[in-house]
Design a protein around this ligand. Structure first.
Ligand code: AMP
Ligand code: MG
Length: 347
């Protein structure tokens, strides 16, 4: 029996932890939806075998139905339940980067509901590495369809508290696994025989993928259409469905900049409360009462990005000015998320 009393945290949603995940797996098997941690961000999961359960995810998040979900599995042993074929490139990438923050888009198995894939002939598959996610998925022993556990359009949650701040009472239960290690969503690639295409940058970089495939499959092309340059922020024809939506946006209006000019920023937002997310050093001349957070590396930026966006909201900021990290490594993914959070607005 589920207990429905408010937990000590003040949330009405029942919360389970490692060692006690059988109950959460039962909720999922019975058609419930469950918030659970991964090493990227928190997810909201349903059994991919139960269409009515998957439908509840879209409802709880307010997610448009043409935005597909990723299937989460505990091992490649479950792959045959979800995909029709696995090209050699995908085998190599699973071997090299799974469990971990990489999603591979493959031809879907017939039994996977079009609700999961938004009608696409392909499905995204990920094997998370978070120990609590692994324990939970092993107990579920079915592919778990899960997007990020936020109200559609808002920043992805990187703690249970962030997830339940939007979804408390809208999900059947939740699993607590602490703060997420990476802090931004998985890298997504689409694999076919001749080509690997980056659909969303993340902690696994294009360079890592090209290096992994280079030796055994030198003929396979690794393509990264929107990885940088920044010219195209929201392509009219997105490579990955869902990527063109309003995304990752806090309440405050976000502006990105390569290098912050404190005095100019202060003048520009005169009369409005603004905050600054800076890279490497505090900004000069923004004024004494301005909320500031300094990121010391691209990894730290990724880890704290969403939590800090929400923190600036809590500080009463109407505007957040975010200095972009350099476009290397996971910095590319942070730039991608920040530009989307900013809806393309630059200073
Ligand atoms: P979320 O988990 O909220 O980050 O959303 C998952 C994202 O994965 C979607 O918005 C798409 O961008 C991407 N995705 C999932 N399935 C597919 C697929 N079959 N083909 C391309 N992209 C996909
Ligand atoms: Mg999301």
């Amino acid at each position: 029996m589920l207990h429905r009393e408010p937990s000590s945290s003040g949330f009405v949603t029942p919360v389970y932890t490692s060692g006690n995940l059988g109950a959460a797996a039962k909720v999922l098997a019975a058609g419930g939806i469950v918030v659970f941690p991964t090493e990227t961000v928190y997810g909201i999961g349903a059994s991919a075998l139960l269409e009515h359960a998957v439908a509840k995810i879209f409802e709880a998040k307010g997610r448009p139905q043409d935005n597909p979900l990723i299937l989460h599995i505990h091992s490649t042993a479950l792959l045959s339940e979800a995909v029709a074929s696995v090209p050699r490139s995908a085998e190599l990438l699973f071997e090299a980067f799974s469990p971990g923050p990489l999603t591979i888009v493959l031809p879907k198995a017939e039994r996977v509901s079009p609700l999961v894939t938004a009608g696409l002939p392909t499905v995204g598959i990920r094997i998370p590495s978070h120990p609590v996610a692994r324990e939970f998925l092993e107990m579920c022993n079915v592919p778990v369809a899960a997007p990020s556990a936020n109200i559609s359009g808002q920043p992805s949650p990187t703690s249970l508290e962030m997830a339940l701040s939007g979804l408390d009472g809208k999900v059947d239960c939740a699993v607590d696994g602490g703060f997420c290690q990476h802090g931004i969503e998985s890298t997504i690639v689409r694999c076919s025989d001749g080509e690997v295409v980056l659909l969303r940058p993340g902690a696994i970089t294009v360079e890592m993928i090209a290096r992994c495939l280079g030796e055994e499959l030198p003929g396979v092309r690794v393509r990264a259409p929107d990885a940088e340059g920044g010219a195209v922020v929201m392509p009219a024809q997105p490579e990955a469905p869902g990527m063109s939506y309003r995304h990752y946006q806090p309440r405050a209006e976000v502006f990105v900049t390569e290098r912050i000019d404190g005095a100019r920023t202060r003048k520009r937002f005169h009369g409005r409360r603004f905050g600054v997310m800076a890279m490497n050093r505090p900004p000069v001349g923004v004024g004494p009462a301005t909320p500031v957070y300094v990121m010391n590396s691209a990894e730290e930026y990724a880890h704290l990005l969403y939590r800090k966006l929400v923190w600036f909201d809590g500080q009463g900021c109407e505007v957040i000015v975010a200095e972009l990290p350099p476009p290397q490594g996971v910095g590319l993914a942070v730039r991608d998320r920040l530009r989307r959070a900013a809806g393309g607005q630059e200073l």
